[in-house]
Design a protein around this ligand. Structure first.
Ligand code: SF4
Length: 145
């Protein structure tokens, strides 16, 4: 079975700061699923490294004040395209990101505060029936029959 995985969780240096957020359990996950790496922000045309961005209302604004909503929307659409192409029913996504976060995201103040909500990509995937797990929930994917 194919599953989508946020590229930074696999160790790809796609984060805004040029780093990654590799997690434990990827080797186990690889034994069970075919992992399809995606980075919506890069797929949306943003460079790495880049200014951090947060969701403010219905827009995504970076720390320099630039509206990057169109990049985030394009990245979400490209990610959905890959999810459909590879018939992914599940996604393991980076928590709290304005693209990949699910359930909680940063609140737009760039102070590290969280608020209820989904990243732009996570929300589009959810609307299309893909079941989303955050990285702290990797065990749920590993334990699935
Ligand atoms: Fe990781 Fe998602 Fe941010 Fe890309 S957009 S660096 S995959 S959290």
């Amino acid at each position: 079975m194919n599953i989508l995985v946020s590229a930074c969780l696999l160790g790809l240096n796609t984060r805004f700061d040029g780093g990654s957020k590799i997690i434990h359990g990827i080797e186990e996950l690889k034994k069970k699923y075919n992992l399809i790496p995606v980075c919506p922000e890069v797929l949306g045309g943003l460079p790495t490294p880049r200014e951090p961005a947060e969701i403010i209302g219905d827009r995504v604004i970076n720390k320099a004040g630039k509206d990057v909503s169109q990049n985030f929307i394009k990245g979400a659409e490209e990610t959905l395209f890959l999810a459909k192409l590879f018939n992914c029913k599940y996604a393991l996504l980076k928590e709290r990101s304005p693209s990949c976060g699910f359930g909680q995201v940063y609140d737009g103040s760039f102070t590290g505060k969280l608020t209820h909500g989904n990243g732009i990509t996570a929300e589009l995937l959810r609307q299309n029936g893909i079941i989303i797990f955050g990285e702290s929930e990797i065990d749920k994917l590993l334990k699935r029959p």
